[in-house]
Design a protein. Structure first.
Length: 309
């Protein structure tokens, strides 16, 4: 019996010894598999990380327009857009007038002398960040510099190039010869005199460069007050005196002296309608010009007859 027990113990010991290498092999296989899976996971995560890192974050483009606070009368009672403001309690009469100035006309060439064009100074000031462009004369939506430059593209010249060059072609300042001004005609009862109080100046793209037949397109509007401060800081911004070069004037002074030729295109009205949009004048250029001159004569006559009794 004892011999049988010893044989049984010996056989069990042999079985244990034979089973232990197989268990060790299985354990090693499991460890190697787990290492491989860990390596694969690490590799995939590193690949994902590298892919994420290799794709740079692209900043969104700046908005074309930014809404700002509209200009208004300040707490002291003065118009914030006026260069020489008149207190609102002293205003006995006020009428908004819009005028178009063609700088290519002979009477306006002093504003458009070679390398000293008014439009050139405006474009360069926007590029330097010294002058803020706006969408229109409401001055509610401020335009980005990128949007302003986009509106200065010479699309007709780029079309003529046939897409050979990818470089953008911008309009020469000489092609931007149309501007519009908005001004308030005021009567100051404190000083008993009339004033032309300029508010805004707008650049207009002429129809022949706009790519749309017969359509003049607005480019941007600027605060006249900002423009005057800019022109005063530029020594070369001179109104060219054709008769006497010793009497060249600063452009800001030339605006005050009204040394420009213009025609009225709109006076404030409930329908916000331009002269050319009057139903009886549509399509009749001669009648439109006569109506504009009639408005000009009425303004002058009212000022001359102000003190008649």
């Amino acid at each position: 019996m004892n011999k049988f027990k010893s044989i049984l113990v010996l056989s069990l010991s042999l079985l244990v010894l034979l089973a232990s290498p197989a268990a060790d092999a299985q354990t090693r296989n499991k460890k190697s598999k787990s290492k491989k899976s860990t390596k694969k996971t690490t590799g995939s995560s590193s690949a994902t990380t590298s892919t994420t890192n290799s794709a740079p974050m692209v900043a969104p483009p700046p908005p074309e327009f930014t809404t700002v606070e509209p200009p208004q009368t300040d707490s002291a009672g003065y118009n914030t857009l006026s260069v020489r403001p008149v207190h609102k309690s002293d205003l006995m009469y006020k009428m908004s007038v819009w005028r178009k100035i063609d700088l290519s006309e002979k009477c306006n060439t002093p504003w458009f002398s070679e390398s000293n064009q008014l439009t050139k100074f405006i474009i360069e000031a926007v590029a330097r960040g010294e002058l803020k462009p706006y969408k229109d004369d409401s001055l509610v939506k401020q335009m980005s510099a990128e949007a302003f430059n986009e509106r200065l593209l010479d699309r007709s010249a780029m079309a003529d190039a046939g897409g050979i060059s990818s470089a953008k072609i911008y309009l020469n300042p000489r092609k931007l010869y149309l501007i519009e001004i908005k001004e308030d005609l005021l009567f100051d009862k404190q000083r008993s005199r009339s004033y032309y109080d300029m508010q805004t100046l707008s650049l207009i793209l002429p129809a022949k460069f706009s790519g749309e037949k017969g359509a003049e397109l607005p480019i941007a509007t600027f605060k006249y007050k900002d423009l005057v401060h800019l022109l005063d800081k530029i020594p070369s911004a001179k109104w060219y005196n054709i008769s006497n070069k010793a009497e060249d004037k600063r452009m800001s002074d030339a605006f005050d002296l009204r040394l420009f030729c213009s025609r009225i295109i709109k006076m404030a009205n409930p329908l916000d309608r331009r002269v050319e949009e009057e139903p009886s004048l549509i399509g009749n250029d001669k009648a439109i010009l006569i109506a504009s001159q009639r408005l000009e004569h009425e303004i002058v006559a009212n000022e001359d007859e102000l003190w008649d009794y």
